[in-house]
Design a protein. Structure first.
Length: 372
């Protein structure tokens, strides 16, 4: 089977191997277990690989290099117009040769892929929509257009669209799905230490305004002022790191907040095991892996009401939904902080739910979509 991937992910070639962003590559390596040949249409960079990138475990790759492009401003939009004909042609050629078309959405390449796949109604197709599928959410026009095309059974035939969460009034194209990090053999029944002695929080994600790590720091700061023993571990890098470092220093929070930067999977996993809460006050998500990962190890999630996140925590039964008003959110957290039984109940429910979504189960579901 020839499998064509249309993706926005920037790739790097080194020693006859193609590298890309690790979470994406690790997932695609699962898909590629069931194919004979792969065609990838994506941007290719001359940069050096780094710790956040991994290689495909597949060597029969036909790579169609396309230029990176965006529409973030008038200048870039004008430049993109000259790039689009060749990109469309490459996507068309890849789809023409493929037995199975796979789109990675949302993104600029995903949008073009959505358009071109209309020309191949009889070919088998899948799309992974890794963003917020909530029909009521406010999103850019390009995202809404992708969702409309994918959901339309006339324009997108023989299509299965993997989306996060369960939503009403969706077409037969739409399939609720998940993302997994851990395997069946990694499951453990963890019992967390007494929360009243000291509560440990963990934030895992890019240090950017959209993920709102500063709000997590402010929560820890206020908990300490209210007489609670709380500690926050932050994993990730980004443009907000300098602001965080300055705020931590100016407010003498060095003993309460620790910035670890980017760390490997095993290091983060150990911190999940030792933490009581996983916190992510993000403004937008698809399926937040950090939340699911923390729940896998019994962390009680503290999260915003975006995308499928309320569904993940059963609308507050196995986690805390932030209002993004500090006083209200502190009251919610304090309610769990002060009640060991309630914390233990939430922790056990979070662990039980998240451990349903393993890499093994993910592989079985992927195989059904490709092989059948």
């Amino acid at each position: 089977m020839k499998f064509a991937i249309i993706t926005n992910v920037i790739h790097i070639k080194e020693e006859n191997q193609y590298f890309g962003y690790s979470p994406y590559i690790l997932e695609m390596n699962i898909w590629l277990q069931y194919v004979d040949e792969v065609i990838i249409v994506a941007p290719l960079s001359e940069s050096k690989i780094n710790s956040l990138q991994s290689p495909y475990k597949f060597h029969k790759i036909n790579f169609y290099k396309v230029p990176d492009f965006n529409f973030v401003n008038a200048g870039n939009s004008f430049k993109a117009l000259f790039k689009l004909p060749s990109i469309f042609w490459n996507i068309f050629q890849a789809m023409r040769k493929a037995d199975h078309i796979h789109l990675r959405c949302p993104g600029n390449m995903g949008l073009l892929g959505c358009m071109v796949q209309i020309l191949f109604p009889s070919k088998k197709k899948t799309a992974k929509y890794a963003g917020n599928w909530d029909p009521k959410s406010k999103q850019p026009l390009t995202y809404r257009l992708q969702k409309w095309i994918l959901n339309n059974t006339f324009l997108s035939r023989n299509m299965q669209v993997l989306v996060y969460g369960e939503w009403e009034n969706q077409s037969k194209n739409i399939k609720p799905f998940f993302t997994a990090t851990y395997s069946e053999y990694e499951k453990e029944n963890l019992s967390k230490s007494c929360i009243k002695l000291e509560a440990t929080f963990i934030f895992v994600g890019s240090l950017v305004s959209g993920k709102n790590p500063m709000y997590a720091v402010r929560i820890i700061e206020q908990l300490k002022k209210n007489g609670k023993n709380a500690l926050l571990h932050i994993f990730g890098e980004g443009i907000e790191r300098t602001n965080l470092e300055t705020y931590i220093k100016n407010n003498q929070l060095e003993s309460l907040v620790c910035l670890h930067g980017n760390q490997n999977k095993e290091t983060v996993k150990q911190f999940y095991k030792e933490s009581h809460f996983v916190i992510l006050p993000s403004r937008s998500e698809g399926w937040p892996k950090a939340v699911a990962e923390g729940m896998f190890w019994g962390c009680v999630p503290i999260v915003t009401k975006v995308s499928c996140v309320p569904f993940m925590i059963d609308y507050g039964k196995r986690g805390i939904l932030l209002e993004m008003e500090l006083e209200k959110d502190l009251a919610q957290i304090d309610g769990v902080f002060s009640d060991q039984n309630l914390f233990t109940q939430m922790s056990e429910q979070a662990l039980e739910w998240s451990q349903n979504f393993t890499v093994d189960q993910f592989e079985r579901e992927i195989e059904k979509m490709i092989v059948k």
